[in-house]
Design a protein around this ligand. Structure first.
Ligand SMILES: Cc1ncc(C[n+]2csc(CCOP(=O)(O)OP(=O)(O)O)c2C)c(N)n1
Ligand code: SF4
Length: 572
């Protein structure tokens, strides 16, 4: 019988009292709430967004009694730093983001491995193998190794809940940030989760856990070289303990049986359990925690002739097993050997094929369904903006149109074809400025209001300083449309004040209302600004139709004095 079980880790002393049907993201959030966090920090990004939103909803229902602060951050670096500050100040902090968000947060993240933490700090990163809603499928486990920090990898919703609680405790025991890696299928699927009875465990009520600020060694957090060397040495000295704790953890489960060995990481254990069912003879090692438990891996390899590795993402474990030269007499198989595809998500079908067992997927067959490419919603303000931009630029020669990540990236498709690049958040303005320095003209750049606040402001300072010959469109739809209309950090008149403050000349800063009735006037103004030999910024301002549908107010700051944005309902 397979020892890779899909059930969760057993909760401490039978304290699970009620089961709730939760998304993986919700299970993570509930774990953090039950661990007594003082705050959650995040920037939206699929598939991690619902972690923050679940805590936010909890705070909305309980108000200040929740004792938790839940404010979106301007970007992932800011989110990580805010969480670190809360940890230093003695409250547990959760920070969550999608995988590419950790690239943005990598600077404080790497250095926090040296400073360490005070109250528990848990970083949840949601990977997106298969790129359902992402620009790449990088594997966060490499960041665990890069930073030399402990990482948990739950395979089920129940494990997610339990591991997040354990991650906070562990973070305080070792004085380090602890990472939790999730993947899209886990984040966005539901299962019953047994939640702890906090009154029975003596856990402090939500948000009440508080640790003293550790006055004796404040220099630990000041990474000037003398301290940094000392703190890095501490991180290195902790490594044997992190390995031992991982080897002793019930999250890594070894079962020795037949001569074929299976290593399954996180959610892959579910797929193996599903396709093999009861009655298989294989030896198994379920990985739920890193550093990789070397002792268990060695025991499995010694016992078996052939090892099959199933892991979502890169062949992280398979590569480590093989090293440079492989293991004489043993066959290590997985993504590198083509037993499972090198890219995309694992599925029960691909796992069954690699195991050589018959398996009929219960999933609905997709063949024959008409393809439905994503497109801008009917009535989307971006459509009117692109129409005007394309028409204005047409007679001026081949325009270079740099863009960014957001709903407006759909301007790549016909009839607009107005997006020639979309690389990473905030890249458009810097790339446009680079193209200007290569002598390109006309150079046009489109970026959303949330992406601008995330990482578009800094490149605009340089472009304004150089008066770069380009035209920037900050598409202000008053929300973070692409990830589900979260509040935008900077829109309306506040956005204009920021752009002006970054050094853009007021004569070449314009707000337009992208409506069909204004089309001719908008085209004329845009053309004039493209022809101007210097930097222009144009802000097409009209709210996303879903801001209205959700009955939300456009997300200007309380201090904002802009005239209300034109909000249009969907035409149908
Ligand atoms: C580093 C990173 N963080 C988060 C995301 C997820 N994401 C994609 S676009 C976007 C923001 C979109 O908002 P905005 O720029 O205002 O454009 P809109 O979708 O509203 O048109 C976010 C949060 C991402 N792709 N990369
Ligand atoms: S969600 Fe809003 S911004 Fe995105 S395509 Fe639809 S209307 Fe446009």
């Amino acid at each position: 019988m397979s020892s890779i079980r899909t059930s969760g880790l057993s909760s401490t002393s039978g304290t699970g009292v009620k089961a709730e049907l939760l998304l993986g993201d919700e299970a993570a959030a509930r774990g953090a709430i039950d661990a007594g966090i003082g705050g959650v920090f995040s920037y939206p990004g699929t598939p991690a967004t619902e972690i923050f939103e679940c805590v936010e909803e909890h705070v909305r229902q309980l108000g200040s009694a929740a004792g938790i602060s839940a404010l979106w951050s301007a970007n992932e670096k800011v989110a990580y730093e805010e969480a670190l500050g809360m940890s230093y100040a003695g409250r547990r902090a959760l920070v969550s983001m999608k995988h590419v968000g950790l690239n943005v947060a990598a600077d404080p993240f790497m250095s926090s491995a040296a400073t360490g933490v005070n109250a528990g700090l848990v970083l949840i990163v949601a990977d997106d193998p298969g790129m359902h809603s992402s620009q790449n499928e990088q594997d966060t486990r490499y960041f665990h190794e890069f930073a030399q920090l402990p990482l948990f990898e739950p395979g089920t919703q129940q494990q997610t809940y339990e591991m997040v609680i354990e991650a906070f405790d562990y973070s305080e025991r070792v004085g380090l940030p602890v990472m939790v890696r999730m993947v899209t299928r886990l984040c966005h699927s539901r299962a019953n989760v047994a939640l702890r009875d906090l009154s029975a465990t003596g856990t402090p009520p939500n948000g009440q856990a508080h640790r003293e600020y550790p006055r004796p060694e404040p220099n630990d957090w000041v990474l000037v070289p003398t301290n940094a060397r000392r703190r890095y040495r501490r991180l290195l000295d902790l490594q044997p303990r992190l390995l031992r704790d991982s080897e002793e953890s019930p999250a890594n489960r070894l079962r020795l049986a037949g001569k074929r060995g299976i290593i399954a990481a996180g959610i892959a254990g579910n797929y193996v359990g599903e396709v093999l069912g009861a009655g298989d003879d294989d030896s198994t090692l379920q990985i739920g925690r890193y550093p990789l438990p070397v002792a268990q891996v060695r025991a499995l390899v010694d016992h078996c002739d052939q090892i099959l590795v199933f892991e979502d993402g890169y062949p992280f474990i398979e590569r480590r097993l093989n090293g440079l030269l492989g293991i004489p007499g043993k066959s290590i198989r997985g993504r590198l050997t083509g037993d499972t595809p090198l890219d995309g998500e694992l599925t029960p079908d691909s796992v069954a094929a690699a195991l050589g067992v018959p398996y009929v997927s219960p999933a609905f067959p997709l063949e024959g369904l008409a393809a439905r490419p994503p497109q801008l919603c009917k009535g989307c303000p971006h459509a009117d903006s692109f129409k005007a931009i394309v028409e204005a630029a047409a007679p001026l020669g081949h325009a270079y149109m740099f863009s960014d990540i957001g709903c407006y990236a759909l301007g790549v498709a016909p009839p607009f074809r107005a997006v020639h690049s979309c690389v990473d958040m905030g890249a458009s303005i810097a790339m446009a400025h680079g193209a200007v320095q290569a002598g390109a003209h006309p150079v046009i750049c489109t970026i959303g209001d949330s992406t601008f606040a995330h990482s578009g402001m800094t490149p605009l300072i340089g472009a304004a300083r150089a008066n770069a010959n380009m035209t920037v469109f900050v598409l202000d739809n008053a929300t973070v449309g692409m990830t589900g209309t979260q509040d935008s950090m900077c829109c309306g008149e506040q956005l204009i004040a920021v752009i002006r403050g970054l050094g853009v000349h007021p004569d070449h800063l314009h707000v337009i209302d992208p409506l069909p009735k204004n089309h001719a006037a908008n085209v004329a103004l845009i053309r004039r600004e493209i022809e101007y030999r210097g930097l222009s910024v144009i802000v097409p301002r009209r709210a996303c139709i879903h801001v209205k549908r959700k009955g939300k107010e456009p997300a200007c700051t309380p201090a904002c004095e802009c005239t209300p944005l034109t909000v249009h309902a969907r035409p149908d």
